[in-house]
Design a protein around this ligand. Structure first.
Ligand code: FE2
Length: 276
């Protein structure tokens, strides 16, 4: 099992799938044969499901039953991150807690030049600045995956201290306090040392969500989590299309979500109950 727990439990996953498919509790109860009271208890993690319940609910909300049950019984988690993910890039992960919930900032580092980009701030500018300094990095930019407060709060302080531009999707609003910034279109690249970092638009969790890709690394905010998906606040269909696009990358690509352990495209293709 990874050192970092999965972001979503059984209850979160079935709740997101039900909302994504636009189904009420009563509709899922009628289709699955699991009572509304039991569904409510399961969505709020009051008890684990039986295998039959997991399969029946999965069928009603468009999930893969065996994959869902494997997560409910904690019998699947993605493999630990290897020491070397990509020959050219390192990824430093910083964890912060916002309202009691863990959120990640990543620092993407060009191994050869030690140039670096801060990807999201995880609402803890002091921790980010300390990490950049103590690793002796040469900061070049702040990349933003999306505009939610737990990911971008503190960006003004980080930008002012590091004196670097903010880079974001052209579909995302510029957060308050941001000065110099560059908006990227689909597939545009931004250079960090010797790394070409490509921006892919991956809307769904929010309209302006994007993923930054370089070599075997993809930092993707809250599009998917290991074994689940980010809440599709903008559009469930858009989230699914974004996943399809992202999953054209090689299966070995390591995915870094805003919450929960890192995973790979191959792991998610094989185990994510939304993606059967
Ligand atoms: Fe978010």
């Amino acid at each position: 099992m990874p050192a970092i727990a999965l972001e979503d439990e059984f209850g979160d996953i079935i709740g997101k799938a039900r909302a994504g498919r636009g189904k009420s509790l009563s509709a899922v109860a009628a289709e699955s044969g699991v009572s509304e009271a039991d569904l409510r208890a399961l969505e709020s993690y009051e008890r684990p499901p039986s295998e039959d319940e997991a399969n029946a609910i999965a069928e009603a909300v468009g999930l893969d039953g065996p994959r869902l049950y494997a997560i409910a019984t904690e019998s699947w988690a993605p493999d630990e991150e290897p020491a070397l993910v990509d020959p050219a890039a390192d990824v430093i992960r910083l964890q912060n807690f916002v309202g009691g919930y863990p959120v990640f900032c990543y620092i993407l580092v060009c191994r050869k030049t030690r140039s670096a980009a801060v990807v999201d701030t995880a609402a803890d500018p002091d921790k980010v600045l300390q990490a950049v300094k103590s690793a002796g990095l040469k900061p070049q930019a702040i990349l933003l995956t999306h505009g939610h407060a737990d990911h971008v709060e503190g960006v003004e302080q980080v930008q002012k201290t590091l004196g670097v531009p903010v880079v974001l999707s052209e579909d995302m609003g510029v957060p308050a306090g941001v000065g110099e910034h560059f908006k990227l279109g689909e597939g545009d690249t931004y250079r960090i040392g010797d790394l070409d970092v490509r921006m892919l638009k991956t809307p769904g969790h929010s309209e302006g969500c994007c993923t930054f890709v370089t070599g075997g690394v993809a930092i993707m905010g809250d599009l998917i989590f290991a074994g689940s998906m980010g809440k599709p606040n903008y559009s469930f269909e858009a989230s699914m299309s974004s996943v399809e696009k992202l999953f054209e990358l090689p299966d070995s690509t390591r995915l870094y979500p805003g919450h929960g352990p890192s995973t790979t495209i191959g792991e998610e293709k094989a185990h994510n109950p939304f993606l059967a």
